[in-house]
Design a protein around this ligand. Sequence first.
Ligand SMILES: Nc1ncnc2c1ncn2[C@@H]1O[C@H](COP(=O)(O)OP(=O)(O)OP(=O)(O)O)[C@@H](O)[C@H]1O
Ligand SMILES: [Mg+2]
Length: 471
Amino acid sequence: MKIRKPPTILVVEDDAENRTAMVKILEGAGFKTLQCDNGQEALDRVLEGNIDVLVSDMRLPVMDGVELLKRAKAADQEIEVILITGFGTVETAVEAIKEGAYDFITKPVKKAYLVHSVEKAAEKQYLQRENRELRSQLSPEGTRKLVYASSEMRNIARMIEQVASSTATVLITGESGTGKEVVADAIHSASPRRNRPLVKVSCAALPETLLEAELFGYEKGAFTGANARKEGRFELANGGTLFLDEIGEISLATQVKLLRVLQDGKFDRLGGTRTIDTDVRIIAATNKDLQQEVTERRFREDLFYRLNVINIRMPALRTRKDDIQLLAMHFLKVYAGKNQKSITGFTEDAMLALTSYDWPGNVRELENAVERAVVFTTGNLVPLSVLPQNVSMFAETRHSLTFKIGTPLRELERKAIEITLQHARDDKNLAARLLGIATRTIYRHMEREGIESTPQVTEPEKDTETEAPIH
Ligand SMILES: Nc1ncnc2c1ncn2[C@@H]1O[C@H](COP(=O)(O)OP(=O)(O)OP(=O)(O)O)[C@@H](O)[C@H]1O
Ligand SMILES: [Mg+2]
C-alpha cells in the first residue's frame, strides 16, 4: 500500500454491534476510524473535512446510504465511499456505483474483503489528492483563481469579499468568457458556506421538463422514465450555494417555480406531495441583457428583481486592457506546466499583439489563444507567429507614412485605410477594428474614392483566412 499517514475511515451504521465489529476490523488493519449511527451526523463529519473513506450501511435512519453518498461527494469530490447492504440487488448496486460509490459490499461482511476494499479505496483517494496537490504546485496560482491587475477588476474583487458573507442573491452579468463562473466560484469559496457544496446548473443545456427535474428532483412515477426518486440540485445544494448559469434561458413556467423557491425557500419535487424547505444561496449568471428580456416580456419582472439583489457586471476584456498581460502570463504558466515546456514569456511583438487585440471572446478567447500558442512554441518565448492570425494582425507593422505639412486630412485618411486594408488582406471588418472605426465607414470611404469592393466570399485563400474568435 502506497499510503503514508494512516487514512481516516468514517464508519456509518445504525446497528451498534455491526458498527463496532467493522471499526475493530479496520483499526486492526491500521486505519484511523471515526463512527456515527446516522447519515446527517456523517455528512456533518465529512463537511468538517479530513475523512478519506466513508464506509456506510445502505439502510440508515434520516438519510439513506445513496443519499449520503451523493451529498458527501458533492461536499468533497475526492472522498471514496463504500456502501454495505443486507439485501444486495443488482439495481441498487448499479445505482450506487453510478453515483460514484467505490465499492458495494453485501452482508455478511467478510473481514478480508472489507480490509481489501478499504485499502484500495484509500489508495485511490490518496493518489487523487496527491495529484491535485501536484497540479496546484505546477500552477501556484491555481487555474480558477481570479487573476487581475485592472482597477475595474479590483473593484469586483472587493465586491466579492463584501457579498460573500451574506446570503443575498447575486446576479452576474457580462459577455461570454468574461469570467462569470470564476466570480461565482470566488464568492462561494470566500463565503461561510465554503465547506458546503457549490452546485452548478446550466439552464441552457436542458429542455424545460428536464431542467425542472434537475432543479427540484422528482418522485418515483412522476413521469414516464422516473423509475426512482431523485433529489434535485436545490436539495443537493442545501446549506451551500446553487449556481444557476445562463439564467436568461429558462422558460416562463420554470421562472414561476424558481420565484417561489427564492421567495419562501420552499419547493416540491415533481410528482411530490411534500413541500421541502431549503437553505441555499443563489448565484445566477447570464450574458443576456435581462432588463431587456423583461421589457420584451420573456423574463418575469418579479423574478428579475429577486435575482438582481446584487449585480456584478463583468467588464469586457477590451475595456480593461491592463489585465491582458497578467492573464496571458498566468495562462502561459498553466499551459506550459501542463505541456511540460519551459516557456518563460512572450516576445515583445507577440505581447503587443495580445494587448492590442480587442478579444471579442474575452478571457476565454485569450486562454485558448495562449494554450494553442504554447503547443506550437519551441523556444523560451512565445513568438508572434504562433498566435492566431486575427490576433497577430494587431501586431505593430510599421508603415512609414511620410507626408508634406499641409496634406489634406482626407488624403491621409485614404492612405491609412488603404494600407490597413492591405495589411488585413482586404478583410473590411478586421481593417475597421484595427483602425477603430465602423466597417461602414470603410465602405463609405471606398464608395467615395470609387474603389471596387472585392466580394468577400470569393476572396480569401486558405492561408489568408482570418480565424473566427473562439467561444
Ligand atoms: N479573472 C480571471 N482570472 C483567471 N481566469 C479567468 C478569469 N476570467 C476568466 N478566466 C478563465 O476564462 C475562462 C472563461 O471564464 P468563465 O467560464 O468564468 O466565463 P463566463 O463569463 O462564465 O463565460 P460564458 O458566458 O461563456 O459561460 C475560464 O477558463 C476561466 O477560468
Ligand atoms: Mg459561464
